[in-house]
Write a protein that binds this ligand. Structure first.
Ligand code: F6R
Length: 621
């Protein structure tokens, strides 16, 4: 099978394509990094280079080889089926070598097509579904004597499944054909079309242009330097004038900015990103919130019988916090579901429901499927996404962007706090509409939210304590994370962070649940991270939970409020965080857990930005 969670890039223009492709692939490596390749055209023969390994490896291997050509495609792969290998790496070529393509997605009827092609004498040298498409384009083109772009179109009509593809042909050395169905594809335009860039994410070519056009589902485009940019429906060929937009985010500013890892940079960016998430939305003086993206829906949302959040992973934990905040402060019943469960468990969705998808990438396949189901059931579907123009952003009726900027580290940090910030804003906005809080109380909470960036800044100063805790438990193979109320989703998120990047088995639990079973696992020296800030309604109960863990000789790491010597005295290690109201507590309490996970991973020698078995956007179901 072909990689489904991959990065594709392409360039058509006047400059040498290869440096642009290498840079683009490097920017996209977060989408996959087990093999990489490029194909260069522009003359009678296509030259291609593809290897197992990173983009850097590819660059090293090909340096000194013939890399000229002003048209080219590239790919960075994350294998889901079959070993990463040179042969399975993209680009894939047609049998006669005249067509090369890169693909992101899965061709579901690959087996049927390959049997048919084998009967016609085609031979397959890789295990990928993508090679099937390369051969099919050649086959249909020759059989019906079609032009290059018509052959691509015809082949795609016959294909079932998902794809974003970029195709070049040595017979049409100035033309690239791109198309999408179910996988993202964006075209960048520079100098009124003298240069075109293609990628799965605009981040790939951010240094070259910010003018982009997103291909819609089931569309194909023909790109030729200096020629019109033409888009049409794959089936039927109906033409559409592409809408060119300027991307808001400053994608050009990317890099580790002096930090060792993207994840570290992203953790330390949070005072700014949380502020960006609130910018222009919160008025701390009046306590009023305006979420422009929801203007047309706020009235109805405030009257909703029920809100259902659908999300996966870290975004799910953010949504659980959304549930706590909206129910408590705005008084609307909320449910939260894992998107992967929601879509298959035949949920009862009513037309009056508001379903809100929460997703950093906006490309998560399960969340997209849950959205589709909710729409089919007639519910209103909203989105909370970080990636502007992402599939989820486009699939929902309306939504709010979290504005955290591109998150490159695979383990989500700043995107999580941005989601929680937006959810807190939403809770306040709904409370305002529904008059569930006194004006004074609403202003107080707004002020609390406004102060969060400064408090995160202060909390980041605990980095040394967090590093030292990570050092002391570097050999631990198991850990517990406990919390109650708003600290429970934070505990879950803290445990997930540790699992993901340091490969330590960690369980996040509601502190009160321990005695119902998991406490059996607590023995001498097992680290138990307890969120015990004194703002929490359940503070006293958490103290009892700490005593229960201590009695089993668990080693307690307590996250406490500054100055709380009493709770600190019960713990083996403490991290102090600033005093904060429960309304915003999660945003602050999560910081030490991110830091502990980050330092644990680095101390254990793990590749923090590229944890094993994980990739940034999960476009597989
Ligand atoms: C964990 C993490 C994942 C994602 C999940 C959903 O650090 O990043 O658990 O939260 O895969 O992804 P999005 O938010 O892009 O829908």
């Amino acid at each position: 099978m072909g990689g489904v969670m991959c990065g594709i890039v392409g360039y058509v223009g006047k400059r040498s394509a290869s440096p642009i492709l290498f840079q683009g692939l490097t920017n996209l490596e977060y989408r996959g990094y087990d093999s990489a390749g490029i194909a260069l055209g522009g003359e009678s023969e296509i030259r291609f280079y593809k290897y197992k390994g990173t983009v850097k490896n590819l660059e090293n291997v090909v340096s000194g080889r013939d890399l000229h050509g002003t048209i080219g495609i590239g790919h960075t792969r994350w294998a889901t089926h079959g070993e990463p290998s040179d042969l399975n790496a993209h680009p894939h070529l047609s049998q006669d070598g005249t067509i090369a393509l890169v693909h992101n997605g899965i061709i579901e009827n690959a087996r049927t097509i390959s049997s048919m092609l084998e009967e016609e004498g085609y031979v397959f040298i890789s295990e990928t579904d993508t090679e099937v498409l390369a051969h099919l384009i050649e086959f249909v083109g020759k059989k019906a004597d079609l032009s290059f772009s018509e052959a691509v179109r015809e082949a795609l009509v016959q294909v079932e499944g998902t794809f974003a593809v970029a195709v070049i042909s040595s017979r049409n050395p100035d033309t690239m054909v791109v198309a999408r169905r179910g996988s993202p594809l964006v075209v960048g335009i520079r100098d009124s079309g003298s240069e075109f860039f293609v990628a799965s994410d605009a981040l790939a070519f951010a240094e070259h242009t910010r003018f982009v056009a997103y291909l819609k589902e089931n569309e194909i485009a023909v790109l030729r330097s200096g020629d019109d940019f033409r888009v049409s429906a794959i089936k039927g060929g109906k033409k559409r004038h592409p809408e060119i937009i300027e991307i808001e985010e400053d994608l050009a500013v990317i890099g580790k900015e002096g930090f060792d890892h993207f994840m570290e940079k992203e953790i330390f960016e949070q005072p700014r990103t949380v502020r960006d998430s609130m910018r222009g939305r919160l008025d701390p003086k009046t306590g009023s919130v305006r979420l422009g993206g929801l203007d047309d829906y706020m009235g109805r949302l405030a009257e909703a019988d029920r809100i259902v959040f659908v999300a996966c992973g870290t975004s799910y934990y953010a949504a659980v916090l959304g549930e706590y905040l909206i129910e408590r402060y705005a008084g609307i019943p909320v449910e939260v579901e894992y998107a992967s469960e929601f879509r298959y468990r035949h949920p009862l969705i009513r037309k009056s429901d508001f379903v809100i998808a929460v997703s950093q990438s906006g490309e998560t396949a399960d969340t997209l499927a849950a959205i589709r189901l909710a729409k089919e059931s007639g519910a209103t579907v909203l989105g909370i996404c970080n990636v502007v123009g992402s599939s989820i952003a486009r699939a929902t009726d309306a939504g709010v962007y979290t504005h955290a900027g591109p998150e490159i580290g695979v383990a989500s940090t700043k995107a999580f706090t941005a989601q929680v910030t937006v959810l807190a804003l939403l809770a306040l906005a709904l409370a305002e509409k529904r008059h569930t809080l006194s004006c004074k109380e609403r202003k107080r909470l707004a002020r609390e939210l406004y102060l969060v960036p400064d408090k995160i800044e202060t909390t980041l100063e605990t980095r040394m304590e967090c590093e030292s805790i990570a050092e002391q438990y570097a050999e631990a193979e198991n850990a517990f994370y406990l919390g109650r109320g708003v600290c429970y989703p934070v505990a879950m998120e803290g445990a997930l962070k540790l699992k993901e990047i340091s490969y330590v088995h960690a369980e996040g639990y509601p502190a009160g649940e321990m005695k119902h079973g998991p406490i059996a696992l607590v023995e001498d020296g097992v680290p138990v991270v307890v969120l015990a800030p004194n703002a929490a309604e359940t503070h006293e109960k958490v103290i009892s939970n700490i005593r229960e863990m201590k009695a089993r000789r668990g080693s307690i790491v307590a996250i406490v409020t500054e100055g709380d010597a009493e709770t600190a005295s019960l713990a083996n290690h403490t991290v102090s965080i600033p005093e904060a109201d429960e309304f915003v507590l999660a945003l602050i309490a999560v910081i030490p857990l991110q830091l502990i996970a980050y330092y644990s991973a680095t101390i254990r020698g793990c590749d923090v930005d590229r944890p094993r078995n994980l990739a940034k956007s999960v476009t597989v179901e």
